[in-house]
Write a protein that binds this ligand. Structure first.
Ligand code: ZN
Length: 675
């Protein structure tokens, strides 16, 4: 499971404030490309130099393995995805050397190709809708006639044009609309020649045959379901010798190199993964996961395989992905300090002592630095990962939960200079504080929320925990956020060395209240209520504190030049209000007080003032901030001595988005066009 962010509202807050730095900031060196609704960001890999040579070598082989499955994902997303990509790349490389490259049609095709690279296919990575080309079919056919011949033709020209230009053909990669056959109406390549009823019957039969097994494999995870030549429904399994063999062989080639330099713990699961890729046996995938989840000690870690099933309308088939990473020592120190003082936080929480936990169990979350993104994690990626996905393995053996620090950092850097703070933060001192402390205050807020907030408190006797029904997730998020906000402003954090000044807390307070009352509304369509529970929670907290602090002017809505600004005037009093609301939300949860929970949510978290809402949307749109972000990878170069031993691995960051994709398509493309 993954935590995804859209990458704008939350991150816009770190924008550069003072006029003197705006000049450099508008160059935005972290953004390497922007097109359509996408910005492409460069991420750095701090700490890579400090890895041991053995770790660097291990990372290097894993990063190579991470690049070898790119074609698999293109084919999984759409049967003709590789055909479209390869044809466009041929036209692009040939055409960019000519005068044609300056023309509007060529530029439109370039934009389309950039979108195809970003989505790993012809459908938008988030909405799943097919892209609409902005170049004409007539011009495109001229290009085909010029540069495509019998040697480099991927599929029939007419069919290719239909795929690109007919909006009704393969319209959605993932159609889950009520009442449609989600299999036949979705253009992904996980199924062929079968309908939803047949698929469901096929896997129901498999589950029935395995009934009572407490450790069931993830049926169907690594195969395409289709008909054989006799019309029987069969799985084509993804393994060496099976479907996608040519790419999987390359992945295994690099995994075997990694195995040779792995530590003994790593070696065990790298071997299990290789065995699984070789045979396609899902029991071996479970074996791999169990061995992998137990390894909490190794510095370097990775994901490589058919992992997440968001791309299958029935949630069964997994897309190929890879992430190579290592421990962020400094950030982990943060969560360790927190865990060490967990009992103190619990004992001092501003809630009824009866609802405090007597004994807090150690909770920890690992913070990692990503070294390479591949497959379904590239170019768009998650900022947090929690694996494995099999329920029984999670229950019996646990799971690993990580947050990816260098990726959130890159998102934040990319937001600098986008004008968001200048537009929405009224006071220069608030912008300055956010600029200085925004990243740390966000990290600490997340750590406190995840490590301590959710785990705090206890239920009164006789309360089961399901009493709050549809309001429970909003109230639970509010409880964890309030715990985090309250303690962020506590001198204790200075005392234990997590922060050096409470300005870190005040930066978060200004941002949180502004976001909760105002800026997050830009993500909601005009006329709609707030639905999503994290958004509701933020609105609940901000609006409640606004109302309760009104007499003392704790939070103020300032109108200036026809625009509204949300400003915090009194941070210390605001912190007390956070404490008071935490006390009440904890009481509601501990006592299962449905009516009080409902009243809080309905009164503060749902309804939006339409005029205020329209203003936020208009101001946000004027900033032209792309809602989606993705990344280019760094390049790793091994250094060898005269005997051919690796002596170092160097890292460089000078990749352009276009060159990186062309390079991957040249050097890491192993599959035939049709699989
Ligand atoms: Zn939460």
């Amino acid at each position: 499971m993954m935590n995804k962010i859209l990458g704008f509202t939350a991150m816009g807050i770190f924008a550069v404030s003072c006029a003197t730095t705006t000049q450099e900031a508008t160059e935005q060196p972290w953004i390497v490309d922007r097109f359509d609704d996408i910005k492409v960001i460069r991420y750095e890999v701090p700490g890579f130099e400090n890895l041991t040579l053995q770790e660097k070598e291990y990372v290097y082989y894993l990063t190579e393995a991470a690049k070898c499955g790119r074609d698999i994902l293109f084919d999984q997303n759409f049967k003709y995805g590789l055909a479209v990509r390869r044809t466009l790349e041929t036209l692009y490389v040939a055409g960019r050397e000519t005068a044609e490259a300056e023309g509007a049609e060529f530029k439109a095709m370039e934009k389309y190709l950039k979108k195809v690279w970003f989505a790993n296919g012809i459908h938008h990575h988030y909405s799943n809708d097919k892209f609409t080309p902005e170049f004409s079919e007539a011009w495109f056919r001229e290009q085909l006639a010029l540069y495509i011949n019998d040697d480099n033709r991927q599929i029939d020209d007419d069919f290719l044009c239909q795929i690109i230009f007919d909006p009704t053909l393969y319209a959605s990669r993932l159609n889950q609309k009520e009442g449609v056959d989600v299999i036949t109406e979705s253009a992904n390549n996980y199924y062929e020649g079968v309908n939803q009823t047949e698929v469901e019957a096929f896997y129901a039969g498999m589950a029935a045959a395995d009934a009572g097994n407490p450790e069931p494999v993830s049926y169907g995870l690594n195969s395409k379901l289709m008909r054989d030549e006799n019309g029987n429904i069969v799985e084509r399994v993804w393994h060496i010798g099976g479907m996608y063999s040519a790419a999987i062989e390359q992945i295994v080639f690099w995994l075997e190199k990694a195995e040779a330099v792995a530590n003994p713990t790593q070696r065990e699961y790298v071997r299990a993964l290789i065995d699984y890729y070789t045979t396609g046996d899902l029991a071996l995938f479970d074996k791999y996961n169990i061995l992998w989840v137990r390894d909490t000690e190794s510095n370097v870690d990775f994901v490589n395989g058919f992992i997440e099933s968001y791309g299958d309308p029935l949630g069964r088939k997994a897309s190929w992905e890879s992430v190579v990473n290592f421990r962020d020592v400094e950030a982990c120190r943060r969560t360790e300090i927190m865990a060490a003082h967990a009992q103190w936080f619990e004992d001092n929480a501003p809630i009824n002592p009866a609802y405090r936990k007597e004994e807090v169990k150690g909770v920890s979350a690992k913070v990692i630095t990503v070294a390479m993104l591949g497959g379904d994690c590239y170019p768009a990626t998650a900022i947090g990962i929690n694996l494995p996905n099999a329920d029984w393995i999670r229950k019996e053996h646990g799971s690993k939960s990580v947050t990816i620090d260098n990726i959130t950092y890159a998102y934040a850097k990319a937001a600098e200079g986008n004008g968001f703070n200048e537009e929405f933060v009224l006071r220069a001192e608030d912008r300055e504080r956010m600029l200085l402390h925004g990243k740390l205050s966000d990290d600490l807020h997340t750590d406190l929320h995840e490590c301590l907030g959710h785990g705090s408190g206890q239920l009164a006797e006789g309360v089961k925990g399901d009493e709050l029904r549809t309001y429970s997730s909003t109230l639970e998020e509010a409880r964890a956020d309030l715990f985090a906000l309250y303690y962020l402003g506590d001198e204790k954090l200075v005392e234990i060395g997590l922060i050096s000044t409470l300005d870190v807390a005040w930066a978060q307070y200004s941002k949180y209240i502004m976001n909760g009352m105002q800026t997050q509304l830009s993500r909601i369509e005009l006329g709609k209520d707030v639905e999503e529970s994290h958004m509701r929670n933020r609105k609940l907290i901000a609006e409640w504190c606004y109302e309760k602090g009104k007499a003392e002017n704790v939070i103020e809505i300032v109108e200036q030049d026809g625009k509204h600004y949300v400003v915090v005037n009194d941070f210390v009093r605001l912190r007390e209000l956070f404490g008071e609301l935490l006390c009440e939300v904890q009481r509601i949860k501990s006592e299962g007080d449905y009516e009080a929970g409902k009243a809080l949510v309905e009164n503060y978290a749902v309804k939006v003032d339409p005029e205020f809402h329209a203003e936020v949307i208009a101001r946000n749109q004027a900033l032209n901030i792309e809602p989606y972000g993705g990344f280019v990878n760094p390049t790793y170069t091994p250094v060898y001595d005269a005997e051919g031993n690796m002596t170092d691995v160097t890292i460089s960051y000078d990749n352009s988005y276009v060159e990186q994709h062309l390079e991957y398509s040249t050097n890491y493309s192993f599959l035939p066009t049709l699989n």
